[in-house]
Every structure is written in structure tokens, then in C-alpha cells.
Design a protein around this ligand. Sequence first.
Ligand code: FES
Length: 180
Amino acid sequence: MINKNKIFKLKKDRRSFLKLTTTSMATIGSAFAVWPFIDSMNPSADVLALGIKEFDLSNIEEGFSKTFKWRGKPIFIKHRTKQEINEARKVNLSKLKDPQKDEDRVIKPEWLIVVGVCSHLGCIPLGQKKSDTRGDFNGWFCPCHGSHYDTSGRVRKGPAPKNLKVPKYKFINENKIKIG
Ligand code: FES
């Protein structure tokens, strides 16, 4: 025969079980409700996989450059002056180690966008700060072994074999680009 104490204990256990089940279900339910919201704040998987990133150019004044990071590499974004554009365009291509027209390296003449990694041994050239030396061609200078780049990021002197690389990018509005 079951005594009163046992009946009381059984009822108490049942209540605890029901309480625990209800709480767990509520927690799982709210996790599912919150997930789409959290998920919507992240870039989509294909965007992450491709390393696509947007960069704002609006606060880079003419004559100045900024360095951003993309796929672990420095990206040099330079707002070129008229003089810098003219210097880049008047060059005789036959004099270049890695001949490329300036027109083929930019979408808009005033914006030069290159990966800031020297094509010799991968150092980061100087020339991003106003106080930096910019080499003999007014672009960038790699002090590691003395490579000089012009205002189009083309190698003009020194051991570097190639121009600074232009990443794949496009303008998504007047002041914003998307790289990747
Ligand atoms: S790494 Fe730039 S010149 Fe050697």
C-alpha cells in the first residue's frame, strides 16, 4: 500500500518534470525565433567565401591615400591629383618593365586602387603617408631592396618584376567600391 508521503513525493516529481520540460521547450523556441534575426546580421556565406568587401572613399581627400585591409593584405586607395594622373599617362610604355597603360589600371582616373605588396619579395612599400618617401617616380618606394613605383603603381626601377596588383573591384555608388 502506498502511503501519503510517497503520493506527495510522486506528485512533486511530476510537477518538477513538467516544469523542466516546459522551460526547455521555451528556451529552444526562443533560440529558433532569434536565429533568423542574428543570421540576417551576418554577411551571406557566398560573400564571406569570396572575401567581398565594401570601402568608403568619401573621406579620402585629393592627394591623399588610405590603407585598408582585404583578405589579410593592405589595399592602397589613392585619390590622385590631376598632376599625378598626367604623370601616369604620359609615360612611354616601351620604357616599362611590366607595360600597362594607366587607363587599364583604373576605373575612374582619380582613384587608383592597388594591393600594397611589392612584387619582389612581398614587402609593403612606403608612400601612403604624406611624410613618406615616394621614390623617384612619385608613387611608392619599397625600401627592402629599392623598388620604385610610379603614380599608377607600376614598377619603374629596382628588382621588382611586376606592377602593384590591381584587385578586382567596382563602384557601387559615387563614393563606395566593392572589392572581390
Ligand atoms: S621586397 Fe620590395 S624591393 Fe624587395
